[in-house]
Design a protein around this ligand. Structure first.
Ligand code: ANZ
Ligand code: ZN
Length: 882
């Protein structure tokens, strides 16, 4: 047996062993064990694992292994989120079939993932582009459709003229196409949507029950963006029309949404979004129609993001000849069209109160519109002071008729009551959240299982048979929208010669004429398939259910199987998924729950967002910066264990930080593993030299023995608690301290073997391969010793316990833990910034790691680079940084 640490030899060996033994396969039920479902966001099969993947998978693996050793039956699955644009782009660029491209990438990544030594249950792998998976994606979609939760509507989409394609929001960078950089236009197209807005209140309400980090919850709240306010009607009083009073009493009005009805007396003009349908109705009365139309055309070139920005210069055009009446002041006010008002929010129209809204103020100044002050910051002020900017706060109501003198909150209530009484308005809630646009004019996605039949629409009987039958216009002709029957699922993606979207924006699937033409499942006549595919966020909205029952061909997952594992105990992923993926999948499960397809209304109990790993230069890793660290190279040189352990050491995992990669530090971690290895070697030789008890006792004072015992128990406690709270970095620091003490101790002590075994067991979740190797060697050495001393060894023992990961996690004895901590003063550039608690005898590394776990000190290091550290043992660490 070789006595040098050779990761190239041991890592593949144990990976093979674990897989052959099926050690990480999760049975649904294990007697006497609780189930624990640890989910990581499954990767997109881009074709090559980068350091980010390692951070995403190898670090949660620490927790998976730890939980197993603690006696849980752990499900730690993996799969591939395999539909999406890059496959299609590769197909377009290099002429490869997207399916081939995806499968090749998956194949390669499976190998890479295995080399990571993560304890995935490969038997449950889920791949979303496989028909046996997307069959159920289609099936669930159809349940939503039948329940009215999926519908079609004309929607604005981002359109790139030169690529002739619809772009996802994330493909639009600063208003330009991510690929060809030409300006993106907004274009109206018929799209499929899901009614996520119906669930906005439930999504907000249930968020409060989740023990998630507050910043994630806050981000979701903001995304949903619930605002309470009122809808108010402003009648149009166009004196161009013959009879003014008739018009005023007609139902021609502009309805606005406002959160500040208390400011209605200050509404000096109205603003419509350029897409507002009323503009078309008013055309005959608009004197400057040409100018208005031009403005509306120009607005199409801007994305909503740009339009909504406060700093943006204000543009707009008045609807000359048309005016509205402010129902509170009875004054006639102008109506403008401006792109800072968005069609998708509220009613797409606002009452502008330039005295109290910053954007309205900027606009009014630009176009010399009247600004009237109706709220005064101090209660009792007269409101006649000159206007300087917009006052957006609460205060005393002024210049507001019978409401003058009230405080703004009370006025808000009274004015809404008055509006309701006069049928001019009503209380209302608006949400920033839009219904989820799910159709994509793309090839590489899950086909939408819908068939359009003209005959069924035109046949009067079909509406009698199915009163809920919906129609859809295709090229000016109405068709019945018919779901593909369950026994005809999946609707498989056809092969194509050309994956490019069509010039008219329609999906490339529409080119597969034979596939599009289909017999109507209802009337048997000639019908055609929907050619759009589903947003890939749908594929990832339920994959975690499929992991519980991946092979099922009868249902998406059996209720009993889901009941064993769901809801997910812990979901670890990237901060970039805080709003979209997490919100979409929460909605998806709520919709399934409404349809009684699942019994719970939240999919994930706990959520953890990790940070990111930067290049060695502190910049985001990217090919153009030349700072990309290739994990395969690192594994080759230093081993998977060193890479994993270094990433665990780099910073607290549950904090969304950005950690620069350091070559020195990973080498430091590797040295630590070598030290652990060498200690094992020394221990073996020392043990065999040990002859009598007497010689040992003489050389090894009892005090020191006691100290080591305390440290051992302290270490169990610290490592256990730190892993539980995802502070893997400080757990590792503790293991380093412990190892240092073991190296210094008298190796001839028979107890040393136990202390060393403890080290290996505690190390196992972090560096599983080396730990397994050392542990197996100890076992054999132990067995050999026992044989030498003629003790009978249990033959079963060596067969059953075939892995360190079947060992129980050690327990500590609190009585043996004396206060062994010291407080070290931390200075940064000579200034005291706080204290950290470390174990007596801790080295500079451990103290510095403790600083990393102390945000109140860490914040002083943000943005500066540590150049030097001066450590006075157990007392002071001075960090020199620039
Ligand atoms: C009058 C007013 C007076 C407003 C005032 C604000 C302050 P939040 O809080 O984000 O919900 N608004 C309404 N619909 C809009 C749209 N489609 N595009 C752009 N702005 C819109 O914002 C609600 C406020 O945003 C509404 O209340 C409205 O302006 C504006 F002192 O009405 B407010
Ligand atoms: Zn039909």
């Amino acid at each position: 047996m070789s006595s040098t640490y050779d990761h190239k030899q041991i890592e593949p060996k144990w990976q093979k062993h674990w897989e052959e033994q099926g050690i990480f396969h999760a049975a649904d039920v294990v007697r006497g064990k609780k189930n624990f479902y640890l989910l990581v966001e499954f990767p997109y099969p881009s074709g090559n694992l980068h350091i980010g993947h390692w951070y995403a998978f190898a670090i949660p693996d620490i927790f998976a292994r730890f939980m197993r050793m603690r006696g849980f039956n752990v499900l730690f699955p993996i799969g591939f989120d395999a539909f999406g644009l890059p496959a299609e782009n590769a197909a377009l660029k290099r002429g490869i079939n997207p399916r081939t491209w995806t499968h090749d990438n998956i194949e390669y990544m499976r190998k890479q993932l295995r080399r990571m030594g993560a304890s995935f249950d490969w038997e449950r792998e889920v791949v979303t582009c496989e028909p046996d998976y997307y069959r159920w994606t289609q099936w669930i979609f159809l349940q939503f459709f039948k329940a009215g939760l999926a519908y079609q509507a004309d929607s604005l989409v981002n359109w790139c003229h030169s690529c002739k394609t619809v772009l996802a929001n994330e493909q639009v960078i600063d208003g330009r196409c991510e690929r060809c950089e030409s300006a993106v236009m907004q274009r109206k197209m018929k799209q499929w949507l899901l009614k996520i807005k119906d669930f906005a209140d439930a999504l907000l309400h249930d968020l409060e029950t989740l023990p998630w980090p507050e910043e994630i919850k806050e981000a979701q709240r903001n995304w949903i963006g619930r605002s309470e306010g009122a809808l108010v009607k402003f009648p149009i009083s166009n004196f161009q029309f013959p009879n003014k009073s008739q018009i005023t009493n007609s139902n021609l009005y502009v309805e606005v949404f406002t959160t500040r009805p208390d400011t209605i007396f200050g509404a000096t003009y109205l603003v419509l979004a350029p897409e507002h349908p009323l503009i078309e109705n008013l055309e005959s009365g608009i004197k400057n129609l040409e100018e208005v139309k031009e403005y509306i055309e120009r607005a199409k070139t801007k994305t909503e993001m740009e339009r909504g920005q406060l700093q943006k210069e204000k543009t707009g055009v008045e609807l000359a000849g048309i005016r509205a009446v402010n129902p509170a002041t009875k004054e006639e006010i102008p109506i403008w069209v401006a792109d800072y008002v968005l069609m998708g929010y509220g009613t797409g129209a606002i009452m502008a109160v330039p005295g109290h809204d910053a954007r309205d103020f900027a606009f009014a100044q630009e176009f010399h519109l009247p600004i009237r002050k109706v709220i005064s910051p101090e209660v009792g002020a007269n409101g006649r002071s000159p206007v300087q900017g917009a006052y957006e706060g609460e205060g005393a109501v002024v210049n507001s008729g019978k409401f003058t003198g009230l405080d703004s909150q009370t006025a808000r209530e009274r004015i809404v009551a008055w509006l309701e009484l006069n049928k001019l308005g009503k209380r209302s809630t608006s949400y920033k959240l839009r219904d989820w646009l799910i159709s994509r004019q793309r090839y590489w996605g899950c086909p939408i299982p819908i068939i359009y039949c003209r005959r069924c629409w035109e046949n009067p009987k079909s509406k009698i048979q199915n009163p809920k039958l919906v129609g859809s216009e295709i090229d000016g002709v109405m068709h019945a929208v018919i779901p593909v029957p369950g026994d005809q699922l999946p609707v498989e993606l056809p092969e194509l010669d050309d994956y490019k979207p069509r010039d008219d924006g329609r999906s490339p699937l529409s080119k597969a004429a034979d596939w599009v033409r289909v017999k109507c499942p209802q009337c048997g006549g000639a019908a055609e398939r929907e050619t759009d595919t589903l947003d890939t966020f749908i594929d990832s909205s339920w994959y975690f259910l499929r992991y519980t029952d991946p092979g099922n061909e009868k249902v998406f997952a059996a209720q009993e199987k889901m009941a064993q594992w769901m809801p997910v105990n812990l979901y670890s992923g990237g901060a970039e998924h805080t709003t979209m993926h997490l919100l979409y999948s929460r909605f998806w499960i709520k919709a399934m729950e409404r349809l009684k397809l699942v019994p719970w209304c939240e999919p994930y109990v706990r959520r953890l967002n990790r940070g990111i790993i930067l290049g060695p230069d502190g910049q985001k890793m990217s090919k153009s910066h030349g700072n990309v660290v290739d994990p395969d190279e690192q594994v080759e040189r230093l081993g998977a264990d060193a890479v994993r352990m270094y990433l665990a050491f780099i910073g607290p995992y549950a904090t969304v930080g950005a950690y620069p990669w350091s070559m020195n530090s990973i080498v430091g971690v590797r040295r630590f593993l070598e030290r652990v290895w060498m200690l094992g070697n020394k221990l073996k030789t020392q043990n065999s030299k040990l002859k009598t008890k007497e010689t040992f006792i003489n050389k090894y004072p009892a005090v020191q023995k006691k100290r080591l015992q305390m440290l051992a128990h302290q270490t169990i406690k610290k490592v256990t608690e730190d892993i539980e709270s995802f502070k893997f970095n400080t757990a590792i620091a503790q293991l380093m301290t412990y190892t240092n003490e073991l190296v210094k101790a008298d190796l001839r002590d028979p107890a040393m073997r136990d202390y060393y075994t403890l080290l290996i067991v505690l190390l196992a979740p972090f560096a599983p391969h080396i730990a397994e190797e050392l542990w197996q060697r100890m076992r054999f050495a132990h067995a050999a010793d026992q044989r030498r001393s003629n003790t009978q060894i249990n033959a079963d023992d060596s067969e059953n316990v075939s892995s360190i990961f079947k060992e129980p996690w050690p327990k500590f004895d609190p009585r043996l833990i004396l206060e062994m901590k010291v407080s070290v003063v931390i200075q940064i550039n000579g200034k005291k910034r706080g204290m950290v608690e470390v174990l007596r005898g801790a080295g500079e590394e451990e103290v510095f790691a403790a600083v990393g776990a102390a945000p109140e000190i860490q914040k002083y290091l943000r943005g500066i680079t540590v150049t030097k550290k001066v450590y006075v043992k157990g007392k002071l660490l001075n960090i020199v940084a620039q």
